[in-house]
Design a protein around this ligand. Sequence first.
Ligand code: ADP
Ligand code: MG
Length: 209
Amino acid sequence: MELSKIVRARNPGGDVVLKLTDIVKTYNSGELAVHVLKGLSFEVRRSQFVGIVGTSGSGKSTMLNILGMLDVPSSGTYVLEDINVETLSDVDQATIRNQRIGFIFQSFNLFPYLTVEQNIEVPMIYNQVSRRVRRERAIELARQVGLGHRLGHRPNQLSGGECQRVAVARSLSNRPAFLLADEPTGNLDEKTGNEIMKLFHQLNEEENV
Ligand code: ADP
Ligand code: MG
């Protein structure tokens, strides 16, 4: 099964944010080579909203991990905002990952001992944002995702949908160029999942990402 994609473009003429060219990814586990991505090329422009569709095992996570610089392709080129990712040092990659890419995962990946506000602040701590600005931005983002009244709560005091809202707020904290979400509604019931998708569309329309 090949990957397919759905693109909803509000602004098809926007700058190219990321571009993949002839990406190949092969896993070599023992004697067996697993050919996952076989020459994948596509680009995403600013303000586009792209859904990647494919059966389980078709390579969606593999592709997202490459886009997030969590994994490297076997061959091919990945250009992120005019930078060829391959030429970056590990330190520069980590900086770009922190400042330009927002990540959202199926399992939320929140810190259980931190409050809503503190969880949202984490990427800003790595980005050396001052405590005062961090706090203001975290509160603003919590309000934006509908959690302004839950700032002091910890993840185990929240519902799944609320946890994912915290993760969305956190992903936006450093004003990234784009968000990567890997099955972000996979752990949620249908109604809550639809609400999270509505939040993504709303953030996209308000030009947050
Ligand atoms: P999806 O997210 O679409 O379900 P994945 O990208 O997770 O698919 O996996 C694509 C294929 O690559 C699967 O067949 C999977 O078994 C294989 N795969 C993923 N990661 C590894 C790995 N680290 N080593 C070997 N095979 C892998
Ligand atoms: Mg996957």
